[in-house]
Design a protein around this ligand. Sequence first.
Ligand code: CMP
Length: 132
Amino acid sequence: MVEKTLFIIKPDATKRGIIGKILARIENEDFKIVELKSLKLSKKKAEKFYKIHQGKPFYPELTDFMSSGKIIVCLLAREKGVKYLREVVGATDPELAKPNTLRNLFGTSIRENAVHASDSKKTADWEISFFF
Ligand code: CMP
């Protein structure tokens, strides 16, 4: 079944000029880019997007980081897209992410890990409606 999911290229990656490399990989993995936009989150909007992590020690720095620069937000579609995108993205910590995953290739720390992907179909629906 074709599933829609949400993908974000984070401020660390947009600053480093690797948007094209990341999107090329996404297209090479047979995702269709249904919608794409570039924007800068306010601190408030970053807090809302990551509200599930509210109260965790990394929440203030995460929301500072996510509102620190331009992000690219994409609505992607692919067969089994939600799970497949998580595999392409890799583990949260780039040091633990499998070789050739996006975070292994482009992440520099557990916070500045280059990209975000929805973790379930339910989350994907919520995250898509948050941005589109
Ligand atoms: P993401 O998949 O976007 O979801 C939550 C984000 O919080 C995660 O990627 C990281 O950027 C960040 N994060 C998760 N765990 C930690 C941690 N232990 N320390 C710092 N940042 C974290």
